[in-house]
Design a protein around this ligand. Structure first.
Ligand code: PGA
Length: 259
């Protein structure tokens, strides 16, 4: 029986200091008023992390169920890496989660599985939790290579961190996001979501052993207030990674309270 869903808001490269502060306040206050018990993670653009972190510390807005994360992390420790943001910098602002392997990082910024694995290792070594994204492209789906692609992403992405994750499985969350479903208004069919989530569960147990049962597997890709409840009810779906609909307080809260 699933009792605590994890709903993550990926705001991507959207908003301004003002609009995102208002959005965060709206989400936090409405979640409090509606007594939402599911866990919420806010993933602002990095330049606004400090701002949202300060909001989350305010007496009236503090809420154990709402935490902060970052959309990206440097694969290196501190040093000469112009433009990058390190794990320690993110921890300074109370980031608990790091999104790694998102389809836009893989396909727009051409991050490869090995670089992604380095980020996963660095984040876990730094005692951060990772939301690790996997998913097939439309070409892989059409060629019936979905499971092969996902198995490879999981195997390589987690390869250098297996022992650390085994010690603390709460450090890892998986997000299944079919690339063709992200921002397109097309969601995968329930049967396909269930099928892939079961496959991910099995693959995790091969890589990480029995303890992997407690690892949450989120679904992402055009999740909205209308489809959230039917997706969240599916077996092995423990939450959602929400892009577009997380930029609207009402829609996001409806998703969070849909189950
Ligand atoms: P979407 O984005 O909800 O807008 O499809 C999801 C994501 O990219 O994480």
């Amino acid at each position: 029986m699933k009792n605590n869903y994890l709903i993550a808001a990926n705001w991507k490269q959207n908003g301004t200091k003002k609009s995102l502060s208002n959005l965060a306040k709206g989400i936090i206050q409405t979640a409090q008023n509606k007594k939402i018990t599911n866990s919420i993670i806010l993933l602002p653009p990095s330049i606004y992390i400090e701002n949202i972190s300060t909001l989350l510390k305010q007496k009236t807005l503090r809420n154990k169920k709402i935490s902060l994360g970052a959309q990206n992390i440097s694969p290196y420790m501190d040093g000469a890496f112009t433009g990058e943001i390190s794990a320690n910098m993110l921890k300074d602002y109370n980031c608990k989660y790091i999104l790694i392997g998102h389809s836009e990082r893989r396909h727009v910024f051409l991050e490869k599985n090995k670089e992604i694995a380095a980020k996963v290792k660095l984040a876990i070594d730094s005692k951060l939790s990772v939301i690790f994204c996997v998913g097939e492209t439309i070409t892989e789906r059409n060629k019936k290579q979905t499971k092969r692609a996902i198995a490879q992403q999981l195997k390589i992405g987690l390869s250098s961190t297996v022992n650390l994750i085994k010690k603390n499985t709460a450090r890892l969350v998986i997000a299944y996001e079919p690339v063709w479903a992200i921002g397109t208004g097309r969601t995968a069919k329930s049967k396909d979501i269930e099928d892939v989530h079961i496959f991910i569960r099995k693959t995790l147990s091969i890589i990480l052993g029995n303890k992997s049962k407690s690892i949450k597997i989120l679904y992402g890709g055009s999740v909205n207030e209308a489809n959230a409840s039917s997706i969240l009810k599916l077996e092995n779906v423990d939450g959602a990674l929400v892009g577009g609909a997380s930029l609207n307080t009402k829609k996001f809260i409806e998703i969070c309270s849909s189950i």
